[in-house]
Design a protein around this ligand. Sequence first.
Ligand SMILES: [Zn+2]
Length: 210
Amino acid sequence: MIFESFPVGLLACNCTVLGDEETREAMVIDPGDEVTRIVKRLNEQGLKLKQIIVTHAHIDHVGGALKLKRLTGAPIFLNENDLPLLQMMNAQAAWVGVQTPEVAPPDEGLADGQIVGLEHYPAQVLHTPGHTQGSICLHFAPLKLLAAGDTLFTGSIGRTDLPGGNFDQIIDSLHSRLMTLPDETRVLPGHGPATTIGEEWQSNPFLQRR
Ligand SMILES: [Zn+2]
């Protein structure tokens, strides 16, 4: 497995490249910015991009998706509940103080329970609304790996004060969908360092065992 996760853009969104050494197929999660760098990594590894997965439609996660699609031909996947946020890209760019990136509706949705990812590295979509209405996480069960978007961070959880945010809902999503995963599940948050479900049970002030 080829696996790279690196922060991109002003808000340091963790962009993940996952590739199959055998088939040379790859997926990219959250290409928020620095598309040239992402494409360079794909090319250096000899990978062909098959899927662009966007965990939610905040500018720092989706900002580079269309550019990456144009350069690689790979389809963009996004949960349809975040389409209103996608249509607010001018406002989102103003919040951050950056130029508005060009965006387009996704090629495919991301429904709860849907299987995406690569032939040898499948992932199940977990719809986890709360940070945004269309927030999803990707659970790579065989890899014991969770791409958590902005739902769960090391020692914290996603903010819920932006349009589409709902605190009770994110707490419910965390308890019903993420914290039920095995303790050893490695968590890759949308920002900051990686963690595990077990470590978050121990130390995350927002999560107490019920
Ligand atoms: Zn976000």
